[in-house]
Ligand binder design. Structure first.
Ligand code: GLN
Length: 549
């Protein structure tokens, strides 16, 4: 059986529990231990699949087609391992299981209660990944902030486990905030004291405090925190704001977070951390040789978390290409034929983002047209690929009413159609085409050059697809369907060979990009953007001074 580390959060949300948990897991993995992470979310939705990105950021899809919290994306990007449905549990899922059991008669005669029935189910799920000797350590991030009513049953489950498991098999890390008061020029420990007190009142006592802070913690402050919060001084860990999240594992290594955990859990079989690849990536990230600017055309741009995996994929692909990738958000709702040139001409590449519904799609189509006509590297993901198909249909094939039935159910040219198996589906939760499916790539195409292989597997989240009734027309007009599902013929990749870089993918390559394995399409796209930028710069320097380029 594995050992368990629980990570709770105090004082405020958004302290980065996911990053701290992923960083610790990375260090333990780098020392040769088998590690996984799971997240327990306190909301009643069975999964975040039905949540608007404005509510909860991106929905992260795993290989097995689970719609999960975006922190699982961090876990995969840091650890280079796959997570699954079992790695993300919500209160909704817990209750659903317990209520289903109640209906089935499993508790006949009993009153079903939060303690023990709900907490039993929480504990069962908390321990699940630790069975079968698959992992040495299971980290569990508890969503929400200590003191929230809704996360109480999770904390209660941890309290019970503290007594049920051997002492050295379970530990608790509490992530907290030490605010710096500018006026007083002082770091303040009181919020942390209160937060630990609140946690202790529920019967859970933290072994380690990881303190988010803008200023370094002096020994004196650490001593004070240790004294008031009942932890050893060495277990008060400083977590300063980092320039990039990928710096955090090294910061935690300096603070010996991993060693303190290993000592507490009495684990002796570990080595020196092997972080060579990680450091190599960080070096490239921190010292880029040049810069490219990418326009991200989307509609959820006010919230950075809505496109989390895409933004991180750019970081990975940028480091791989040794360029800094600056991503500029462009709200698709406000792109018009009149302003498109002004809005997009400074970019070295355009990414048209995934999405749902009608809002902002005409702007996306105008942006695709601009990229196509100006030789600007273009990359469309899911809805972005579908918009590229519509744009080509309208402006090249002359099907002026080409559309997706998602936006216009009565269009006379449904070039993007609902998938057949989706037509009979009435329930919205977890019913899209989700998770990993194979894609066969045509040799000699851009996709083939990008992936270097002819059979790939990528993750999906969609209800609509390229309508193959129109395929011949598109092929005759110069578009290439370079990737298809080998069984169903569903078009997975489209490209334009007479363009420097124009690719649209029905799947979500951003979900498989990790520090050690950047997504090939992102790498190819950034390489194209780099070349575009170099060409632009050389044309500018070669041109007479008064020429307009
Ligand atoms: N709304 C489109 C579909 O369901 C695209 C989905 C997406 O971009 N993830 O097919």
């Amino acid at each position: 059986m594995a050992k368990f580390i629980f990570v709770t959060g105090g004082v405020t949300s958004s302290l980065g529990k996911g990053i701290i948990a992923a960083s610790l897991a990375k260090l333990l993995q780098a020392r040769g231990l088998k590690v996984t992470i799971q997240k327990f979310d306190p909301y009643i939705n069975v999964d975040p699949g039905t949540l608007n990105p404005y509510e909860h950021g991106e929905c992260y899809v795993t290989e097995d087609g689970a719609e999960t919290d975006l922190d699982l994306g961090h876990y995969e990007r840091f650890l280079n391992i796959y997570t699954s449905q079992a790695n993300n549990v919500t209160t909704g899922r817990i209750y659903q299981t317990v209520i289903n059991k109640e209906r089935a008669g499993d508790f006949l005669g009993k009153t079903v209660q939060v303690v023990p029935h709900i907490t039993d189910e929480i504990k069962r799920r908390m321990l699940l990944l630790g069975q079968d000797n698959q992992y040495d350590i299971v980290l569990t991030e508890i969503g929400g902030t200590v003191g929230d009513i809704e996360s109480l049953p999770f904390i209660e489950a941890v309290r019970q486990l503290q007594w049920e498991l051997p002492e050295e098999d379970l530990m608790v890390i509490h992530l907290t905030l030490i605010p710096y008061l500018k006026a007083a020029k002082e770091l303040k420990t009181k919020p942390t004291q209160h937060s630990v007190k609140m946690l202790s009142e529920t019967g859970v006592h933290p072994d380690i405090l990881v303190c988010r802070t803008e200023e370094p913690l002096s020994n004196e402050i650490k001593r004070k925190i240790a004294l008031f919060c009942n932890v050893k001084q060495e277990a008060v860990i400083e977590a300063m704001d980092a320039s990039t999240i990928y710096e955090v594992p090294l910061e935690m290594l300096r603070e010996k977070l991993d060693l303190i955990c290993l000592k507490k859990m009495n684990i002796t079989h570990y080595g020196e951390p092997n972080l060579d690849k990680w450091k190599g990536f960080l070096d490239k990230l921190k010292y880029p040789k040049s810069k490219v600017t990418i326009g991200l055309i989307g509609k959820y741009i006010e919230l950075q978390d809505a496109y989390k995996s895409i933004l991180e994929s750019f970081v990975h692909a940028g480091a791989m290409n040794e360029v800094k990738v600056q991503v500029v958000n462009v709200h698709s709702e406000f792109i018009t034929n009149e302003n498109v040139a002004e809005k997009l001409q400074g970019f070295d590449g355009l990414l048209v983002a995934p999405g749902f519904g009608h809002r902002g799609i005409e702007g996306k189509i105008i942006a695709v047209k601009y990229a196509r006509e100006h030789g600007l590297p273009f990359f469309g993901i899911c809805l972005g690929m579908q918009m590229a198909v519509i744009e080509y249909g309208r402006n090249v094939l002359g099907l002026s009413e080409a559309h997706s039935v998602e936006m216009d159910p009565n269009t006379i040219h449904p070039v993007i159609n609902m998938m057949e198996e989706q037509k009979k589906i009435k329930m919205m939760g977890g019913t899209m085409r989700l998770g990993a499916y194979p894609c066969e790539i045509t040799p000699g195409t851009l996709a083939h050059r990008i992936y270097g292989e002819t059979l790939i597997s990528e993750r999906h989240r969609h209800r609509y697809e390229f309508n193959n009734d129109y395929l011949d027309q598109y092929l005759a007009a110069g578009m290439v369907a370079s990737g298809k599902n080998p069984e169903t013929g569903l078009v997975e990749i489209i490209e334009l060979p007479n363009h420097p870089f124009f690719i649209g993918v029905q799947y979500h390559p951003e979900l498989k990009s990790t520090v050690e394995r950047p997504a090939p399409v992102f790498v190819g796209f950034i390489d194209a953007a780099k070349k575009y930028n170099e060409l632009k710069t050389s044309l500018k320097s070669a041109a007479p001074k008064d020429a307009v380029i």
